[in-house]
Design a protein around this ligand. Structure first.
Ligand SMILES: Nc1ncnc2c1ncn2[C@@H]1O[C@H](COP(=O)(O)OP(=O)(O)OP(=O)(O)O)[C@@H](O)[C@H]1O
Length: 776
């Protein structure tokens, strides 16, 4: 049984800059704390804490001795170039007079230097200075609390004096424990380092954890305010309750999946060629419109608009800092709460994936280290760094001269990458060097051509580990992980038709991994028991990021020009599917998103078997059917399984309900936007327009069918995974089969609708032909 408490306090004068100093060791045997423990018969607490590392041993931001400065000006997580250094204790001998080493001189509290102290060294004379204390509540039990509260709670105790403020602190600790029991506070949250505001000192809502948009040093500004105003205010009990509940809610508010789109600016070449920017962005509504130029049957041009809504849409003026704030920053704190998070960039070659991804790990590392050395100080967290790539289905270590790596699964189905170098890192400079080294290896890999980077997935992982007992004597275990993936260019998945076999194979592998990634994310967000991680090397490697509490941020990168229109639409459709098919898609914005995207996908008016002909926006009713839309991902050979065997196998297709029918087929459709559906009237048909309409419908039909095929492909792959898993002991084959049946029922309904649609089209074409021949 032991507890470690520390108090933080604000330095004296300056509101802008202030200095912090830390005790050399929380439980220095010569400290007042040590003496207090001894005098109170609690020396066992003392000795059990000697495993704690000395506080000055950070090696953070270059390390070194001497007092380091915090800037107490507003600052956000990413910090950037901002001045932020961690304090450390100056050598004892060099301490200025007037500053007291913790516990050295208990009789002169007025000379007490600001810093973190052991809870047990509280001194009543420090009352105006005391801010909060940190508590390793895992170690706290009722016996301990009683001992702290001895005068009231345990008259028979051998303690000779009570811990100062025990009467204030103990009820707080009990309150926290009660919150945990009420599930308002997770055990993990409670377990590690809590800063508990001292009653009567602050009415600050939550000092113990940073939240986005707030300084890590907010606690200090609270302290500063409190001191400046000289106010001593009570903290209503329910305020604390509320703050914990609110914080918990905040953590759970970090969306499981967040899809952000980033548009890059026109580059020099594009500007020189006077290329059009075809993408308009409405940041406030997180929407964007792609203006696609098409040709009518008479070869006149018209513009078709495709609208999309995502969680955030970033225009070409948005900086990398803002991208970080929008994407990764909110998930950094929760990886200390046993969360595995993945951030990946998706998009065609040259759309800005690397440009976007490159700065993120460094910014995240900075924040992680800041949390480790500040909020989670002395909790035994360690940061590990690794960087590897997947190229042609094989793994290469980017920090070991592209050494080939093997992936293995242990008995507990934990994936480990044999031979992968993992570096323990404690400062940003080292991380920066490692990132640069990995990037250089990546871009000069194999052929040395930059093109190759577009054909590999680069995975940079930041793992937070901690040994079970918080000490370094045992090997640390992963607490949370943040993976950054710079994916292969999405258009590469379509290289399966290339003449070169190598290129085809690469394309198939990329295709497979992009599909598998999408599937895993969807399965994750739907809390499906089965995550189809075996779909590709990429998802297998990321397996541990797909189990437990996970978060995914997808950044879709798009190029602005008309030459990239097709790829841009494919990227946006991929992103849309990742987002809109998810169960968690229930925020206000998301509802808007699905509504809008649904509106866009009304190409097949399912409510009618004989749907009216469409009118396009901008008064453009007709279009020549341009079959320019390539498969979003060409079907790789191994996915080209026929549907039939599946249907036969289950034998239940006819019995399936047609629920979610419209939804399913709408999803399977393209993004073509339609105005109010006009009435179809054969009498008013005008030859060219009608032909355009019909051909446009045919195009839509083909596109719907294409999506059906893609879905079938997914199902086949899913089924293959299921069968593989079913062979393993303990798996429930029945569950798998019924889930498969459910998927197939939706599929069957979709195909049925497609058939109806086809019949309708054939009828209309016939009518059209009759009309044309009578005109002649
Ligand atoms: N938002 C942006 N602002 C300014 N320049 C950008 C932006 N996004 C991309 N660029 C520039 O565009 C070029 C291509 O970007 P980048 O290399 O990141 O593309 P990519 O998608 O990673 O390509 P690949 O898949 O081939 O690796 C680079 O020169 C990059 O500096």
């Amino acid at each position: 049984m032991n507890a470690v408490g520390r108090q933080g306090q604000r330095s004296g004068a300056s509101a802008v800059h202030h200095q912090r100093q830390y005790s050399d060791n929380l439980l220095d045997s010569s400290s007042s704390n040590g003496r207090w423990l001894q005098s109170n018969g609690l020396q066992h607490l003392h000795s059990s804490n000697t495993s704690l590392p000395p506080l000055q041993d950070y090696g953070y931001y270059g390390g070194g001795q001497g007092s380091r400065m915090y800037r107490n000006a507003p600052r956000n997580f990413n910090g950037g170039s901002e001045f932020f250094t961690e304090p450390s204790s100056p050598p004892v001998n060099s301490r200025p007079s007037g500053q007291r080493k913790n516990g050295e001189d208990p009789d002169s509290p007025s000379g007490f230097s600001p810093g973190l102290l052991d809870l047990l060294s509280f001194d009543t004379e420090l009352l105006p200075e005391v801010g909060f204390f940190l508590l390793d509540i895992e170690q706290v039990d009722e016996e301990f609390l009683e001992q702290l509260d001895r005068p009231k709670a345990n008259k028979k105790s051998n303690l000779t004096s009570s811990l100062p403020f025990a009467h204030l602190i103990v009820p707080r600790i009990r309150q926290l424990l009660a919150l945990q029991q009420l599930s308002l506070l997770g055990y993990e949250e409670l377990k590690y380092s809590y800063m508990i505001p001292l009653p009567g000192q602050y009415d600050a809502p939550s000092l113990y954890r940073s939240v986005p948009g707030r300084n890590f040093d907010d606690s200090e500004s609270y302290l500063a305010n409190s001191k400046q105003t000289g106010r001593v205010r009570g903290v209503p009990d329910n305020n604390l309750m509320k703050s914990y509940a609110a914080d918990k809610e905040k953590a759970s508010n970090v969306a499981k999946i967040k899809v952000v789109v980033r548009k890059r600016p026109l580059n020099k070449k594009e500007l020189a060629k006077n290329e059009d920017d075809i993408i308009t962005i409405e940041s406030r509504s997180s929407s964007l419109t792609v203006h696609e130029t098409k040709l009518k049957v008479d070869l006149t041009e018209y513009v078709e608009k495709h609208e999309f809504v995502f969680d955030a849409v970033l225009n070409e003026e948005v900086s990398n800092d803002e991208v970080y704030r929008e994407t990764v920053e909110p998930i950094v704190p929760i990886i200390f709460q046993r969360t595995k998070a993945t951030c990946f960039a998706y998009g065609q070659t040259g759309s800005g994936k690397t440009y976007t991804m490159k700065p993120l790990p460094l910014k995240a590392s900075r924040d992680i280290l800041r949390l480790m050395h500040h909020t989670y100080r002395n909790q035994g967290f360690q940061l590990f760094f690794s960087f590897f790539e997947i190229y042609g289905g094989k793994l290469f270590d980017l920090l070991s001269d592209r050494k080939k790596l093997c992936m293995r699964e242990d008995g507990k189905q934990q994936v480990c990458i044999v031979g992968l170098q993992e570096y323990k890192v404690s400062d940003v400079e080292t991380i920066q060097e490692l990132i640069e080294k990995g990037n250089a290896t990546r871009s000069t890999g194999i052929t040395g051509a930059n093109e190759e980077s577009s054909r590999s997935h680069a995975i940079l992982q930041l793992a937070i580990k901690r040994s079970a007992d918080g000490s370094e004597s045992k090997p640390p275990r992963v607490v949370g992980k943040l993976s950054f993936i710079d994916l292969a260019g999405s258009e590469r998945g379509a290289d399966t038709t290339d003449n070169d076999k190598q290129t085809r194979m690469e394309g198939a592998e990329i295709n497979k991994s992009l599909l598998a990634l999408k599937e895993c994310i969807r399965a994750l967000d739907n809390d499906q028991g089965h995550i189809p991680f075996r779909g590709s090397k990429l998802t297998e490697v990321l397996r541990d990021s797909f189990v437990g509490d996970s978060r995914t941020v997808m950044i879709s990168c798009i190029s602005p020009t008309s030459g990239s229109c097709e790829h841009t639409l494919n990227t946006l459709r991929y992103a849309d599917r990742v987002k809109s098919l998810s169960k968690g898609n229930n925020s206000k914005k998301d509802t808007l998103s699905s509504t809008l995207n649904l509106k866009e996908s009304t190409t097949l008016p399912l409510s009618s078997v004989f749907p009216p002909g469409p009118t396009y926006e901008d008064g453009i009713a007709d279009s020549w059917p341009e079959h320019t839309d390539r498969e979003e991902f060409d079907v790789s050979e191994e996915f080209q399984e026929p549907e039939k065997p599946l249907w036969k196998k289950t034998g239940k297709v006819e019995a399936y309900g047609i629920s979610n029918l419209e939804d399913k087929v709408r999803r399977a459709n393209g993004q073509t936007k339609w105005k109010d559906p006009p009435k179809f009237d054969t009498k008013n048909l005008h030859t060219d327009d009608d032909l355009n309409t019909l051909l446009k419908e045919e195009e839509d039909l083909v596109s719907a069918h294409r999506r059906q095929v893609e879905e079938t492909m997914d199902i086949v792959r899913e089924e293959m995974n299921l069968l593989v898993e079913a062979d393993q002991p303990g798996n429930q084959l029945d569950d798998y089969i019924s889930r498969l049946n459910a998927i197939l029922s939706q599929k069957a309904a979709g195909i049925l609708q497609l058939q109806n649609r086809l019949a309708h089209f054939q009828r209309r074409l016939k009518e059209h032909n009759v009309l044309v021949s009578s005109d002649c």
